[in-house]
Design a protein around this ligand. Structure first.
Ligand SMILES: *Cc1c(COP(=O)(O)O)cnc(C)c1O
Length: 421
């Protein structure tokens, strides 16, 4: 939804600062007040009935004008502001905000999957998403099918056929670039695959793309054929490792279904979190630019270091490869999170991690500070070893999320830590 006051002609960078908030609606407050209220007073019984009708009977939960709020779990003013801003950045009609990225993932899966359905998902995929689909959703009677090559049509068709043989294939969950290996999936190709699936089973699966690794300034999944764009806002949008949130953007009809389920699950974003998000995304473009520039220097340093044996930085994708072609078409930049392997297996990796002084050893990514972790024993601990090894998450694999410090300071720290590998 483009902001009616500013229109779609403005750049995303400009819209990130103002979309969704008009001081004139809030006593001239230059910045959004936080509406710390759980409930809203109805002006009359007739209005009360009308807003409930609009919320519960419409295809899309809708507020009717100024007096449209009912109860904060359903909707609240800060949620509307933040959703408008995120929808604008994702170039979507609407967006639903959640209390975390996993709240977004789990609500999406439960909204569009029923017992007996099949779901296809890229692999590797965020550890929590993998676990949710392959434990909880499996217990609910859903059949997950992972695919490891998101740019190869023949193997995608093979997985889709196997999935359809088990049950209606109603959802394709893609993460591109993938956490932590930066594996790329071709969204346009998967959209064509969905057309093919529609012909075979009479129903087109919904395609969701987790855009957490690049964010709206570097990739717009909806423009390439995704139906829904999912983001863990905890990462680059929050941007300071002090916030949790998630979003799903797309058509008003699909997002409306998610909002209705969110009301029942109670996992919306609260007023304070929405306010934090609005503030954080104002600087997201600047942070992205700086982190991307830093990451490039660090990736080059690591690639050329004799003790680094493998690196998955996107700009190093081989010219002429299928993944390179998709990356060039689909992404506006390589982002600032990637993985690399050092010599010496797990022992080498652990010695290196324990020696770092400036880089912080922690899970998560997208903060102002550089974070590094060891996926096999942390973020992807719950993923079976066989599945990890199949996608090159090995004993010496580290994931680094480059922050906005001075690159030379980060390189100095990496240099001294690599000495003990
Ligand atoms: C962190 C992350 C999630 C989950 O988000 P939370 O905010 O931690 O719940 C989902 N997808 C990706 C790619 C992530 O990195």
């Amino acid at each position: 939804m483009a902001d009616p006051k500013t229109g779609p002609a403005l750049s995303l960078e400009t819209l990130a600062i103002g979309a969704g908030y008009d001081p004139a609606d809030h006593n001239g407050a230059a910045k959004p007040p936080i509406y710390m209220t759980s409930t809203f007073v109805y002006p009359s019984a007739a209005v009360a009935r009308a807003v409930h009708q609009a919320f519960f009977d419409g295809d899309v939960p809708e507020r009717s004008g100024k007096n449209g709020f009912i109860y904060a779990r359903l909707d609240h003013p800060n949620l509307v502001m933040a959703q408008t801003r995120i929808a604008t950045l994702d170039r979507a009609e609407d967006s639903a905000l959640f209390s975390s990225g996993m709240a977004a993932v789990s609500t999406l899966a439960q909204c569009f999957l029923r017992p007996g359905d099949s779901v296809m998902h890229s692999r590797p995929i965020y550890g929590g998403t993998d676990m949710f689909l392959n434990t909880h959703m499996t217990e609910m009677g859903v059949h997950p099918f992972g695919f490891t090559d998101g740019v190869d049509e023949a193997s995608l068709i093979q997985v889709a056929d196997a999935a359809m043989a088990k049950g209606p294939l109603t959802l394709i969950m893609v993460e591109s670039p993938a956490n932590p290996t930066c594996a790329i999936a071709d969204i346009a190709l998967i959209s064509r695959l969905a057309d093919r699936i529609a012909l075979a089973q009479g129903r087109r699966p919904i395609i969701s793309v987790d855009n957490t690794f690049l964010g709206p300034f570097l990739q717009s999944p909806l423009e390439h054929g995704a139906d829904l764009c999912l983001t863990s806002l905890t990462k680059y949008a929050g941007g300071h490792s002090d916030f949790m949130g998630g979003s799903v953007s797309g058509s008003a009809a699909l997002v409306g279904r998610l909002k209705k389920l969110r009301t029942l699950l109670g996992n919306h974003a609260d007023p304070h979190n929405c306010w934090m998000l609005l503030r954080s995304v104002e600087t997201m473009a600047l942070r992205t630019e700086r982190a991307v520039a830093n990451a490039k220097q660090i990736a080059v340093f690591l690639r050329d270091h004799p003790k680094v044996i493998r690196i998955t930085y996107l700009d190093f994708l081989e010219e002429g490869s299928a993944a390179r072609a998709v990356y060039d078409r689909q992404c506006a930049g390589p982002g600032s999170t990637f993985s690399f392997d050092v010599e010496g297996g797990e022992a080498g990796a652990f010695r290196f991690l324990d020696r770092l002084k400036l880089l912080r050893f922690a899970v998560s990514l997208g903060g102002a500070e550089t974070l590094i972790c060891h996926p096999a024993t942390t973020t992807h601990y719950a993923v079976p070893e066989e599945n990890r090894m199949a996608v090159h998450i090995g004993p010496a694999t580290m994931r680094v999320s480059v922050g906005i410090e001075t690159a030379a300071d980060l390189i100095a720290d990496l240099t001294q830590a690599l000495e003990v590998v």
